[in-house]
Design a protein around this ligand. Structure first.
Ligand code: NAD
Length: 330
């Protein structure tokens, strides 16, 4: 199978490396508006380059869209127009109108598009999903999530990110839906800029919380932080009437206990690649199986739209200081 990559930046490089190793892939074609970047990936994985997406889409069986979020809808429409199945990085879009365009384009065609919420391929989250579904936890009562980045992002990155709920916690919104199999019906959210007041300039937050009500009455609280001195800390604690479990809690979890005799973290996770690197390979494998063998789509454009809708609701809730129902955004 020949696979294209549009966007040869950070995530494009990770996907290229996984495509290079995949037995189903016979050729890779790359394009980026910065031709030096496509040539860098081409050299890394013996790939061809093209001047632009149109030319690329004429010569591939599948494509991976790795450009910034505000370009995704246009490239999805282009891929679908060429009849080329796509794995599109998160977010599906940066606003709901664009997300609707992407959903319409996909639903009017028979070309599958998978959205790149890679945590769905993490073993811990998959085990949690199974235990919730098979009743091992009893009745699900409460979920607490943490998402703390290690090093502070640059001002340039924050300026173009779309805000903490759309850029950072969107992963947590998706994985909450995946683990529970439920939808969010209303939210409350708050944000702060303590110790990083420069976030005010971008109308954004360095620390966030989101309280989410699921459609079965389960309450979830998700916390985000743009900087954690100990490391990259992504966890989910899931409580039921029969058991309590945690995803992301191990010897590398970057959280230092002050209880006597409890050892501190060993080689704590710093960036997302050590924590979630294996998920990108599994995600690619699922995508290529979907394209070549008609396997299931593990993360549809409807999932991508649902996560964005929660992020939009949280952004409004934090700004206006009120509970926002998802129905308001329909
Ligand atoms: N799933 C994950 O864990 C994960 C991790 C990182 C980034 N992402 C997502 O991947 C996307 C890209 O992020 P990144 O960190 O790799 O960004 P990046 O800036 O490193 O790379 C993006 C690349 O796209 C190129 N580009 C922009 N517009 C283009 C166009 N129209 N045609 C061709 N090339 C174009 C840019 O020149 C750049 O090289 C974002 O949507 C981001 O949210 C997802």
């Amino acid at each position: 199978m020949r696979v294209g990559i549009i966007g040869a930046g950070r995530i494009g490089t990770i996907h290229a490396d996984n495509l290079r190793r995949h037995p189903k892939v016979s050729g890779i074609v790359v394009t980026d508006i910065e031709s030096a970047l496509s040539h860098r990936i081409a050299a890394m994985c013996d790939a061809e380059t093209t001047a632009g997406p149109d030319e690329l889409l004429e010569s591939v069986d599948a494509v991976v869209i790795c450009t910034p979020g505000d370009t995704h809808v246009e490239l999805i429409e282009l891929a679908v127009g060429h009849g080329v199945p796509a794995l599109c990085e998160k977010p599906l879009a940066t606003n709901l109108a664009d997300a609707d365009r992407a959903v319409l384009a996909v639903s009017q065609s028979d070309v599958p598009v998978q959205v790149g919420f890679n945590r769905r391929f993490d073993q811990g989250y998959r085990t949690a999903r199974r235990l919730v579904a098979d009743g091992s936890l009893g009745t699900l009562t409460f979920i607490v999530g943490q998402h703390r980045d290690y090093e502070m992002s640059s001002e340039e990155y924050i300026a173009g990110s779309g805000g903490a709920f759309r850029d950072q916690l969107i992963h947590d919104f998706d994985i909450l839906r995946f683990v529970t199999g439920r939808d969010v019906v209303r939210v409350h959210a708050a944000g702060a800029t303590k110790a990083f007041e420069w976030f005010d300039e971008f109308d954004d937050y360095a620390q966030t919380t989101a309280t989410l009500w699921l459609d079965d009455g389960t309450l979830a609280v998700l916390c985000g932080s743009r900087q954690n001195p100990v490391g990259y800390d992504v966890r989910m604690e899931i409580f039921g009437t029969k058991d309590s479990i945690a995803v992301g809690l191990d010897a590398r979890t970057p959280l230092r206990s002050v209880e006597p005799g409890v050892p501190g973290p060993v080689d704590p996770y710093t960036e997302w690649v050590p924590r979630f690197g294996a998920t990108y390979a599994r995600e690619m494998d699922a995508f290529l199986s979907m394209v070549s063998d008609g396997g299931p789509n593990e993360c549809t454009v409807h999932d991508g739209r649902a996560a964005l809708m929660i992020a939009e609701a949280c952004t409004i809730a934090a700004r206006e200081g009120r509970i926002v129902t998802l129905e308001e955004l329909l």
